[in-house]
Write a protein that binds this ligand. Structure first.
Ligand code: PRT
Ligand code: ZN
Length: 286
């Protein structure tokens, strides 16, 4: 029988959509029926288990799934021994300490002897141990941000992304303990056939992510400015220069990181570049 790799993905929530999109862009589609907890793929030997994110680290650590996608926060909190195959660049957030807005704050000593509500007691315990702080950590499952307001705690330790939840609850972020993003995790001691499938998935993820951060750029330039323009273009290799029907003009094609493009666009215009086209790249293999 053909070897299949089994992956644990979040059933619903913040990581579900981006995880599904990444696989789709990597050419791996899942036959997901509504409410189904297991799915397969028509074109790739993979099987998906849809779980709560809290259960994903354990499911991978004990080998019920071979790989999984989960936030680093959840992985470190649960503390299971798994390999991190790749950071995925989505689900970014931070784990922070926050206190009532009106409180004065100077440094971490603020938390000595204080009662702090969190769903991440292990990460907080480690952070305080490293920093030499002794606090009373109170674990609650959700709605951590309301704990100070109802007198359950004097501070909280929770996930922050935009910070608007803190503001809405009259709290202020005073310390960041860790940054987190979604990661692809794998069980230890993977069988070699499954490792080959994991390598193929990582190869495809790399191609998707390289493509997404690069753009194909085409522009027209007067011939006497081509050398200047080629010099400032931060492309992969030397760009392609093609003659145009108008003998005094050329077309320049190259691949540029989107971020870098915005740095040079002004200079390109100064050199007389015209008709600048920026085109998304579907896949890119380096
Ligand atoms: O049902 P299940 O257990 O699977 O889902 P869940 O409710 O436990 O998790 P979910 O879907 O909320 O989050 C999954 C993962 O997304 C987390 O473990 C993080 O790795 C990541 N992530 C990224 C976030 C956020 N950003 C985030 N903002 N997880 C939660 N939040 C919460 C945060 O706690 C805050 O209360 O969203 C609220 C809004 O944040 P602000 O700062 O933008 O206001
Ligand atoms: Zn959860």
């Amino acid at each position: 029988m053909e070897t299949k790799i089994r992956i644990a993905l979040q059933k619903k929530g913040r990581l579900n959509e981006d995880s599904m999109k990444l696989f789709k862009e990597a050419g791996i589609k899942f036959n997901v029926g509504s409410g189904k907890l297991v799915a397969s793929s028509p074109g790739f030997p993979i099987e998906v288990l849809f779980l709560r994110d809290d259960d994903i680290p354990q499911t991978v650590a004990n080998g019920v799934a071979d790989i999984g996608i989960v936030g680093e926060n959840e992985m470190y909190e649960k503390g299971y021994d798994v390999n991190v195959s790749r950071k995925l660049g989505f689900g970014k957030c931070r784990l922070s300490l926050a206190i009532p807005k009106a409180q004065e704050y100077f440094d971490l000593n603020f938390f000595d002897g204080k009662k702090i509500a969190t769903s991440y007691p292990n990460i907080l315990k480690n952070f305080f141990n490293e920093q030499g702080i002794k606090a009373d950590i109170h674990e609650i499952a959700g709605s951590v941000e309301i704990a100070p307001g109802i007198g359950l705690a004097e501070a909280i330790f929770d996930i922050v992304s935009s910070g608007s939840t803190l503001v809405a609850n009259r709290l202020k972020e005073v310390e960041v303990a860790m940054q987190s993003e979604a990661v692809l995790i794998a069980k230890k001691n993977m069988e070699s056939e499954k490792q080959a499938l994991l390598d193929e998935i990582i190869f495809r993820f790399n191609a998707v992510q390289t493509a997404n951060s690069n753009k194909y750029v085409l522009l027209n330039a007067p011939n006497d400015k081509v050398d200047d323009i080629v010099r400032i273009l931060p492309g992969m290799k030397s760009p392609t220069v093609l003659p145009l029907a108008d003998k005094n003009w050329s077309s320049i094609h190259t691949v540029i990181k989107e971020k870098e493009f915005w740095d040079v666009i002004g200079k390109l215009k100064d050199y007389g570049a015209e008709g600048i086209l920026i085109i998304p790249i579907e896949k890119m293999i380096l």
